[in-house]
Design a binder for this molecule. Sequence first.
Ligand SMILES: Nc1ncnc2c1ncn2[C@@H]1O[C@H](COP(=O)(O)OP(=O)(O)OP(=O)(O)O)[C@@H](O)[C@H]1O
Ligand SMILES: [Mg+2]
Length: 289
Amino acid sequence: MHEIASFGHWLKLRRVALQLSQAELASRVGCAAITIRKIEADERRPSAQIAELLAQHLELTPDERAAFLAAAQAVISPLRLAAPFQPAAAMLTRGSLPTPPTALVGRAAEIAAVCILLRRNELRVLTLTGPGGVGKTRLALEAGREVQSAFDDGAWFVPLAPIAEPALLLSAIAQTLGTQELPGQTLQQTVQSALRDRQILLVLDNFEQIHAAVLQLAELLAALPTLKLLVTSRIPLRITAEHQFPVPPLTLPNPQAEPGAGEPPASAAVALFAARAQAVKPDFAIPPA
Ligand SMILES: Nc1ncnc2c1ncn2[C@@H]1O[C@H](COP(=O)(O)OP(=O)(O)OP(=O)(O)O)[C@@H](O)[C@H]1O
Ligand SMILES: [Mg+2]
């Protein structure tokens, strides 16, 4: 975590994160480069007009902009600004789906089915259900990656496994989006304004951990008509907007099928088992049936 020493320091880190020189930022804002240098050195504060222009050129979200303007006038501490390295540019496009460390095995049919459901306009909440270890998170990540380009503001991953308190749902979402609580706003207002009018897919992973937070989730859905949720949970949410997708186990070998001579039985479950075994014992091979 980077320590933010001052408003000028934050401005400098943000400018560098956007790969702008002092002269480039100055020319966009319409001021002298020396003005940017002095603001970054905390030798002067920006006027209200320059602060507005800076906010326009630093790719700030509406929440970040409000906090930036308040920090520029020393109304709030610069410590309350979002990290300068997560500029709105990330919020505008990419999202935050983690990449699994191992290769995917099977699941083509399930990924296709989940993607078709997620692309339906009227679908608001898709819950992948099933017992622990069946592959819900993996399926959510693969399908999320496949459909994320259909969402202008990308797909965002909210890990709930480490959380035991339903009240922390909103903080977990805010943390994923990199939004900060603003003075005079509740966390619910902050999260709602960060998500308002955004075409976004939120992937809420392990919702069973905080099942009692379903009411808050229903409130978010009601307030934000463009929000879509892909949820993984060992138990269904049981809210009106929910569409459930029970995740089946990986396919097993068909005992009726006759494998070719010397071939191991073909199935996704066996292939996954073999891949994991080979990761620790490279010469491992499934014996022929
Ligand atoms: N199709 C697959 N190909 C490769 N690896 C997989 C596949 N499905 C699951 N895995 C791996 O198996 C492990 C368990 O899967 P996953 O974490 O998705 O289960 P889960 O249903 O989300 O479990 P939990 O309820 O405990 O969260 C993970 O390491 C995951 O990467
Ligand atoms: Mg999981």
